[in-house]
Design a binder for this molecule. Structure first.
Ligand code: ZN
Length: 480
């Protein structure tokens, strides 16, 4: 793994590897299981803050957290044929217990639809118990055969936030998919991550779903990354497992279900979207430390001691006010070396205190995003700090959306779209008649992936394949 400093805009892939290793976020490629990474303490804190955020959004909307076993018996996993076909080649199997071969092998959960449906059928018998919304935050395993990539394409997805819901009717489940998309939109808005919402094409929906809605963002290298999906499962699983609930009129029907999930890609995105050549810029809302205090030694040991005491006071003022802060008082590094490290870790605000600040009763606040600084009075610190954080969050969001919008372009013919995609431009939108055959043709011609169509149709011009009037646009991108 390269450890030299890399350029964010022109050398993104190397930049990403450099950041996650040098900022001690995620140790990838050294643990002896391909496609598995280790969350290091600093990365774990980011992950935890992100997890807490989505947990709160789910809890607040009536979702109940559960925890299912990691192992799924083969017979159970194969209950829904279409579904397992979609995952067949990606399942890890447990075949032995000690020295004995198991009578029935177990899958390491690739996803949880069948397992959860089984228990729902035991817990939920009638319409009065519906709807019911569960979620769990667990590892899922996929035997990826494509080249793996830290956090983005792995074999153990360590923080899969998967929700599963049950409903009486198709319409109720459809509304739930809408709610899921709303929750995810809110989540990414809080994090300042831009996205497009698309209905995945028929040929690329989740195995065993009526339809799939996905959220995609664009990474700095111009490739699209799927960051969230929501599926209307219809009665596929409840029929396969013959699970029925009683309705108000006494009749029994197979209930409808949805499932939706977000993976560790959120963190890959979070680190990447707001980056520069110094490293990532973490939004204050999920940064492990909202600020780092760096004391600048004085001319004498006595001065330095006074400055350190002053820095300690600043630290406790911030902590008392609930601000996550760390004081870097290590003596083996110069202030310049500390700046380098904490910029690389993406801490949104740096607080410098030296002789000048001590004498004036001020601190110097430096923004990570613009690298601009200003002196503020110690008495005004909390107010000024909060204002600055709000400003940073707003500016990061604005910057990310501006960059994103510039990378979504509409074309009236495929050649231009192809050129744009080959140059890693971002997401191309082209007019489409609505037929799958034309969509597949587009994928083939531009050698990129169709992400899908906007939920609200945006007809414009003629289909780029057959020339018939368009009913919508299709979004295409190079993907991970
Ligand atoms: Zn067409």
């Amino acid at each position: 793994m390269k450890i030299s400093r890399e350029k964010w805009s022109s050398n993104f892939s190397e930049w990403f590897d450099w950041v996650i290793s040098q900022a001690e976020i995620y140790d990838y490629g050294r643990y002896p299981v391909k496609g598995s990474g280790v969350w290091m303490p600093y990365g774990f804190k980011i992950r935890q803050n992100v997890t807490n955020l989505i947990r709160k959004l789910l809890d607040d909307t009536g979702h109940e957290e559960v925890l299912f076993p990691l192992l799924i018996p083969e017979g159970l996993l194969k209950k829904e044929g279409e579904h397992i076909k979609g995952f067949e080649k990606e399942v890890f199997w447990v075949t032995h217990g000690g020295e004995e071969e198991l009578e029935e092998k177990f899958a390491l959960r690739p996803t949880s639809e069948v397992a959860i449906t089984l228990m729902e059928s035991l817990w939920i018998k009638g319409y009065t118990q519906l709807p019911r919304k569960f979620y769990q935050i667990v590892s899922v395993f996929r035997y990826e055969t494509k080249a793996t990539r830290p956090m983005i394409r792995v074999r153990e997805l360590t923080t899969f936030k998967e929700a599963h819901t049950v409903h009486e009717t198709f319409e109720d489940a459809a509304k739930q998919v809408d709610e899921a998309v709303e929750i995810y939109s809110r989540f990414f808005d809080i994090l300042g991550i831009p996205y497009l919402i698309s209905r995945r094409p028929e040929w690329d929906k989740f195995a065993g779903a009526e339809y799939t809605i996905a959220l995609d963002t664009i990474m700095p290298d111009g490739r699209a990354l799927q960051i969230g999906t929501a599926h209307h499962l219809g009665q596929h699983f409840t029929k396969a497992m013959d699970y029925k609930v009683q309705r108000a009129d006494g009749s029994h029907v197979h209930p409808h279900q949805t499932s939706y999930g977000i993976s560790d890609r959120v963190i890959a995105t979070l680190i990447s979207i707001n980056g520069d050549d110094h490293g990532p810029i973490l939004p204050p809302v999920v940064a492990p430390f909202e600020a780092v205090i760096i004391p600048i030694p004085g001319k004498t040991d006595e001065d330095t001691e006074k400055i350190n005491r002053y820095a300690g006071e600043i630290e406790s003022t911030l902590k008392t006010n609930g601000i996550r802060v760390t004081l870097d008082a290590s003596e083996d590094k110069t202030p310049g070396e500390k700046y380098y490290i904490w910029e690389l870790k993406g801490v949104p605000i740096r607080i410098e205190v030296g002789t000048r600040e001590l004498n004036a009763g001020t601190v110097f606040l430096k923004r990570r995003d613009t690298l601009e600084g200003k002196a503020v009075k110690k008495d005004d610190l909390i107010k000024e700090f909060r204002n600055l954080e709000d400003q940073i969050s707003a500016d990061l969001r604005k910057r990310a959306w501006e960059q994103f919008r510039e990378r979504v372009k509409r074309f009236q013919n495929l050649d231009e779209a192809k050129k744009f995609l080959d140059n890693r431009g971002g997401i191309a939108e082209v007019p489409w008649c609505g037929q799958d055959s034309c969509g597949l043709k587009i994928e083939e011609e531009v050698q990129a992936r169709v992400l899908g169509a906007p939920l609200k149709p945006e007809p414009s011009g003629n289909c780029v394949v057959c020339g018939k009037p368009s009913t919508n646009i299709l979004r295409i991108a190079k993907t991970y």
